[in-house]
Design a protein around this ligand. Structure first.
Ligand code: ADP
Length: 369
């Protein structure tokens, strides 16, 4: 192991805590302990743990809650739940919430150390893969930028030359197909470049005051043709008299386009996809944008994770790299807002995001549906 692994032991029983700590410390792990669920959640928020051993049965905040809430705070920590024979169903539930593994009490030292070692190894491998992916993407993006701009210039020259010629219908069609590919590739490269800029903490570009209605209209105009091709109804619902938001317009439209594009992609044929905006006073004055579809929805355990890079909900067809929602979160958070997803009982997904309102204006932004 390159760096000592950090393990959190969560158990209300002093004896169990001490014996796990001794065994792990003897195997050269760094160990921290929590005697209840609340303390565990506070520690997970404070420090980075490779794995946590969590007793299922604890008073007040139980182990299941630690797993569920803990993974929201520290999604990379591998949670290993400790159960008695009677609580095996709860262990299965914990696995559904994203726990890595479970151990039954009483557990032998060998079994404990093997399970922890596997969890730590699993996390290390994932970190390595993530770094490799990022290095590869950086390399690709920089190497692709140059050739892409050559293709773009060559396209313009060819298009002008062709338009001056008689005939050439097939050549023009081929050129159009090539253009679509180039636009998609350019969008991907720009997304990756913007993501690495935002991840490095660089500020947003110039922000402008824009009405929510204008942002929604711009988004819809880009995706209406796709919705038509898929036979989907596209409805907008923008409350009237919304204040303007100060945003990097290009990036914010790209966020809404990503959400609407996903909604279209995952909707059943002839369904309805909706996009809208309303005033939100939940935390501080903000405008909420939302995109709703009638697709398969997002299972509870993936509602946080889909906003991480390269995540796909299993068992679902996908065509992208799993970067769209990670990009959305970076942009929204850089604006001081937040983004989340709900899956209502009647099905489908509702992706929502807020953008804080900096100055209240009188402009009416209009409404339509
Ligand atoms: P991709 O570019 O692969 O679509 P995203 O980051 O946009 O990546 O989405 C990540 C994953 O989240 C998708 O692969 C899909 O499994 C799930 N997802 C995103 N949007 C929706 C949606 N509207 N309905 C159902 N699943 C969705």
């Amino acid at each position: 192991m390159s760096k000592t692994a950090n393990i959190l032991v969560v158990d209300d029983d002093d004896f169990v805590r001490a014996s796990f700590t001794n065994e792990l410390a003897a195997a050269e792990y760094e160990v921290a302990t929590a005697e209840n669920g609340q303390a565990a959640l506070a520690l997970l928020a404070e420090s980075d743990f490779d794995a946590a051993l969590v007793d299922i049965r604890m008073p007040e905040v139980d182990g299941l809650t630690v797993v569920r809430e803990g993974l929201k705070i520290a999604p990379e920590t591998r949670m290993i739940v400790i159960t008695g024979y009677a609580s095996i169903d709860t262990a299965v539930e914990a696995l559904r919430y994203g726990a890595y593994d479970y151990l039954r009490k009483p557990c032998r030292s060998q079994e404990l150390l093997a399970t922890v070692a596997r969890a730590v190894e699993n996390r290390r491998l994932q970190q390595e893969v993530q770094l490799l992916r990022e290095d590869m993407i950086d390399m690709l993006v920089h190497d692709l930028k140059g050739p892409l701009s050559i293709i773009s210039s060559a396209y313009s020259v060819l298009r002008d030359e062709l338009s001056a010629l008689e005939g050439g219908k097939v050549a023009r069609q081929c050129l159009e197909i090539a253009k679509q590919g180039q636009v998609r590739l350019e969008r991907l490269v720009n997304t990756l470049l913007e993501m690495s800029r935002l991840e490095a903490g660089e500020p947003l570009g110039e922000r402008e005051a824009v009405t929510p209605l204008a942002l929604v209209r711009e988004t819809v105009s880009q995706l209406k043709p796709l919705a038509d091709i898929r036979d989907l109804k596209l409805r907008t619902e923008v409350t009237s008299r919304l204040p303007k938001v100060r945003v990097d317009r290009m990036l914010m439209v790209r966020v809404l386009v990503n959400l609407l594009d996903n909604a279209i992609k995952y909707s059943p044929p002839e369904g309805t996809v909706m996009i809208g905006a309303h005033h939100s006073q939940a935390d501080s004055p903000a405008v909420s944008f939302w995109v709703r579809d009638q697709g398969p929805g997002i299972p509870l355990e993936y509602r946080e994770r889909v906003f991480e890079k390269f995540t796909h909900v299993p068992g679902r067809q996908y065509s992208g790299m799993g970067l769209g929602l990670a990009y959305c979160r970076l942009v929204v958070e850089a604006h001081g807002g937040r983004i989340w997803v709900d899956s209502p009982e009647e099905g489908g997904s509702i992706f929502s995001l807020t953008v804080p309102v900096e100055e209240v204006q009188d402009d009416a932004s209009g409404s339509e549906s």
